[in-house]
Design a protein. Sequence first.
Length: 205
Amino acid sequence: MIAAVRGEVLVRRSDHVVVEAAGVGYRLNVSTETLRSVPAAGQEVFLHTETISRDDSLVLYGFSAEEERDLFQQLIGVSGIGPKVAIAALSGGPYRELTAAIVGGDAKRFQAVPGIGKRTAERIILELRDRVTTTVQESGGEIATPAESSARSLARDGLINLGYTPLEAEQMLDGLDPGDDAQALVAEALRRAGSPNPTVSPGDG
């Protein structure tokens, strides 16, 4: 099994990269989060990998951090979640925020992912909550506080009330300060998107 790849970036696309290592070009499917850490073509990158073998295919997935790869492995262990959907879920936000959503029981966060319905999102929470908590604690990491998770959830709902889709709302909130309150998150998300200030408060409906 290929556990990691280090080499020159040959191709950098929205959903995959090609990395040349020892004369071999490896195509790795990646999440939006991992893609952000991949430099431009011609530069060196190191990615952790997961190999998914099927009867008719052999697919590599790349991750900028071991934590993201671990969460990928946990996600594909949930019934109804395949590798492509797991990568889409990982594209929904930073690792710390996704683990906070799982531990906090925020199933709506995962319903925003294409291919994940209400029942599957609830199954993710049910099956992974304890495992994710243990994994984070053993690695010495931290999970976002309930207040941070709640603020993002309210901000997401506010953006949805303004007409954005759940996935668009999640993407707009990516990278914002999780310590801000919901109203500040909505305002900043709209500012970055070039929209006017919100006229609907988070949670209104």
